[in-house]
Structure formats: C-alpha cells, structure tokens
Ligand binder design. Sequence first.
Ligand code: PLP
Ligand code: LYS
Length: 415
Amino acid sequence: MNLVTRREGRLYFEDVALDTIAHAHGTPTYVYSRAALASTYREYDRAFAGHEHLICYAVKANSSLAILNLFARLGAGFDIVSGGELARVLAAGGDPNKVVFSGVGKTAEEMRAALTAGIHCFNVESESELHRLNRVAGELGKTAPISLRVNPNVDAKTHPYISTGLKENKFGIAHDEALRVYRLAAALPNLRVVGIDCHIGSQLTEVAPFAEALDKVLQLVDALAAEGIPLRHLDLGGGVGIRYRDETPPAVDAYARTLLGKLKGRPQKLILEPGRSLVGNAGLLLTRVEYLKHGEAKDFAIVDAAMNDLMRPALYDAWHDIVPVTVRQGEARRYEIVGPVCESGDFLGHDRELVLAEGDLLAILSAGAYGMSMSSNYNTRARAAEVMVDGDRAHLIRRREDIAALFANEVLLSR
Ligand SMILES: Cc1ncc(COP(=O)(O)O)c(C=O)c1O
Ligand SMILES: N[C@@H](CCCC[NH3+])C(=O)O
C-alpha cells in the first residue's frame, strides 16, 4: 500500500492532501492512516493464524482512544502498564478479558482496578509484586491469573535505553530464579498460574534474539510441566522493529515462521504485545516552518513542533525522515530542524537537505509510535491535535490541547 504519495507536488496520506489537514486543524498535528493501522494488525493476525494466538497491542506505543477502538474492533487484546492505560482501553471499548498487565511498579490500586475489570493476566515482575497481588486479590475475594515475566538475559541488540531482557535491566525475574518463584506463586492461595511472559526489548531488527528468548522460555515451560505446573499461554512480548531509515527489520511473516516452528505441537496459546510495528509507520507529525535562521555554523529551520511533541530524536538520537509537504524549487541547504523549546537537545532532525521557505509545511514520518504517547507539556506547550485519515476523509480524533487545561489543576496560595 502506497501510504505517502506525491501528486502534482503535494504530499498525500492515503487520499488526503496533507496541506488541507494543516489548513483545517493547524499544526503541529499528528496524522494517522486507518488503512495502515488495520493492515498491520491483520498482517500479524494472519501470520500467526496457524496457532492459537492473541495479539495484545502495546498501548504505550500510541494510546489514543480512536486507535485503541480500531484495534478493539479488529479483535485485538491490549498490553497495558498502568491503571491509566486500563481506563483508556475500557473507555475505547476494549475487552478486559483480552488485557495483559505488564510493568515493574503496579500499585495496589491498579491491581484492584484490573481485578475488578477481570483482565486476562498479570505479568508479574518480582516476588514482592506476587505477594502484593496475592493479598489484594484475597481482599477482593478474587483469584488473580498470573504469568511471571522472565528475564532471559538475551541481548536484543537494540538501543540500550530500550533493551529490557538483560540481567542488568530492571525488568522481570531472572531466568535462574523463575522456577523457585513459580513454585511460590503456585502455592499462594489467591493466584492462579496461567502463563509465562518475556519481553527483551523494542525496535529489534533481527529474529535471532526472539528465537533465543523463546528457547529459554520453552525450557521453563517444560521444567514447570514436569513439576505439575502446566501453563496455558506463553507471551513473547513486543513485536518486530520498523524501518525509520535504512533498517531491515524482519517481516512479520518471517518472525512468525520462526516462532511457530518452535511452538509446533505445543498446547500453549501464543500472546504477543506488538506496539511500534502496528502504529509506527501508520502515523506522521505535520509541522510548519516558523523561521529560517542562517547562523554562522549552521542553518536552522525552526518549526512549530518540538521535543515535547516528539521526544525520540532528543531521547535516543532517533532518526525520522522529514519531507516537505509541497515541493519548492530553489537551492537546497542543509538544515537543522529544531523546535521552539529552550533546550539545545530540542531537534527533530540534523543536517537535512531541503529547499525551504518560512511558512512551509513538513511531514515527520514514522511518528505513529512513541510520539504522541510520550509527549509532554514542557515549556507549557499544549499537546498537538490528532487526525485519522480514512481514504479521502480526515477525522479529528483529538482536539489541540487547550492552554487553560494545562494549569487547571493548579492552586494559587492566598499569601
Ligand atoms: C512489556 C512490553 N510489551 C510490549 C512492548 C512493545 O514493544 P514494541 O513497541 O517494540 O512492539 C514494550 C515496549 O518495549 C514492553 O515494554
Ligand atoms: N519509547 C521507545 C520504546 C520504548 C519501549 C517501551 N518498553 C521508543 O520510542 O523507541
């Protein structure tokens, strides 16, 4: 599917010219493609069709209600990491019985909310959490379905900030400890052991680390069965990486073939928690050039989007393609694409060769994942608007944040 196309010099997303979105809704604005979102979800669903599976979209990648609602309609489950994400899933019409709850710091209140909603499984990340969950479930007169998140000590070969399956990471229970903690879980009265979970990191561009992690998980599945602790499901965490620039991540099909090859004949349902690969390339950030500034050392294009809107470049030095919405003739210069925030780290792209004039629109691509969901109000900047494109129509799915709402919860002291 040709999602981003140029027609007579204008950039289109599906069949909507992006300048018309900027005109109607202003900038900065996130724009998503409904067709692209649905097609990546279906790609996963089809690739794993040979084995019982549940695709639990990782809400943290993009938690906008309209996107959650679309995935819920397609039959997806959800991977959440907070009570806030649970509330969003429920508000968007998600099925609580298809929700898995990950995260190292679940509060008692979050556990109560999830038990009351009736989620599918808690991915428990420590022994202390196991005890707390057992107590909270007991107080509610409920039994909590659990998996242990096992840390297999496998190198995901990704950015160190988003690698989660090494023993120096805070996530999960060490592989060597897992059997002992499973025995403990099986003995606690208000827990029911149903599965095993593992997530080694994000933006993986090779299949091998997934395969290695799965092998380690399967060793545990077998050891547990031998001890009389059979598991109903196996959760392998987040999905494959995406192409931002020149990465060659595995196709979902190839990834599925590798996993399914290892699962052949096993009775466990496979749960996956893809985030980035479902939404990343289905979204872009539309921004306008406010000023061009020709400095002594560099040329700057100061745009109206900033690190508070899209934090990935500042945080990980991540690369996003930046393309002009309308083609302009003239001499190209190499620009630093920067925002208005008062930080030298506030950049969206370095050294981009572009022909620009003030007032031009730019599209920052591959911004559907960990864009809006990681945005902040730094410098008291209102969050961007969000638009969902569907064929030749564009629907506003989130109004631009209202400045007064940014300080509505604050209190002035009387003296
Ligand atoms: C527990 C868990 N599940 C799923 C994901 C989603 O990962 P990805 O966006 O790489 O598919 C993450 C993020 O890395 C995560 O921490
Ligand atoms: N926020 C990260 C991914 C973190 C994944 C969360 N476990 C990114 O933008 O790449």
